[in-house]
Design a binder for this molecule. Structure first.
Ligand SMILES: [Zn+2]
Ligand SMILES: [Zn+2]
Ligand SMILES: [Zn+2]
Length: 140
């Protein structure tokens, strides 16, 4: 994700109709830089009803703009995808980092999930790696 990507850029690149809700949700992700749950978005965007926010996130996930982030908070979180994701094809093979001090989870795009060899008879459809520790902001 280049720093300069704007909400409008992203919607155009993924050929999505431009709506206020889509732009506002994207701005929240771009401005914050870490994963957000539905509840986080609802708190930031009180003007939109829950259904609109659900639909918007669903559309973004489908079109390769956001991906799911599994952390231990119990809520599904979403984060912006890197440039490689397209419609129905996510390539988010990076690890996620959850800070035990500030509680935020972020994508470490440069750190790839290692290839794991499973026992015979097992087939992985999704691999999630969550690292917990202290983030650079909290350590500064
Ligand atoms: Zn993705
Ligand atoms: Zn932190
Ligand atoms: Zn991620």
């Amino acid at each position: 994700m280049p720093e300069t990507a704007t909400a409008l850029d992203l919607l155009r690149r993924h050929q999505l109709r431009i709506t206020d809700a889509r732009q506002d949700v994207l701005r929240c992700f771009i401005g914050r830089g870490f994963a957000m749950s539905h509840a986080d978005l609802e708190a930031l965007l009180a003007d939109y009803d829950r259904v609109t926010l659900y639909r918007t996130l669903g559309t973004f996930e489908e079109h390769g703009i956001v991906h799911r982030v599994l952390d231990d908070s119990g809520a599904t979180k979403y984060a912006l995808c890197a440039d490689g994701c397209t419609d129905h094809h996510h390539h988010d093979d990076h690890v996620h980092f959850k800070c035990e001090l500030c509680g935020q989870t972020e994508c470490l795009d440069a750190v790839h999930v290692p290839t794991l060899v499973l026992p015979l008879g097992y087939q992985a459809t999704q691999v999630n790696v969550l690292i917990q520790g202290r983030c650079t902001r909290c350590l500064a």
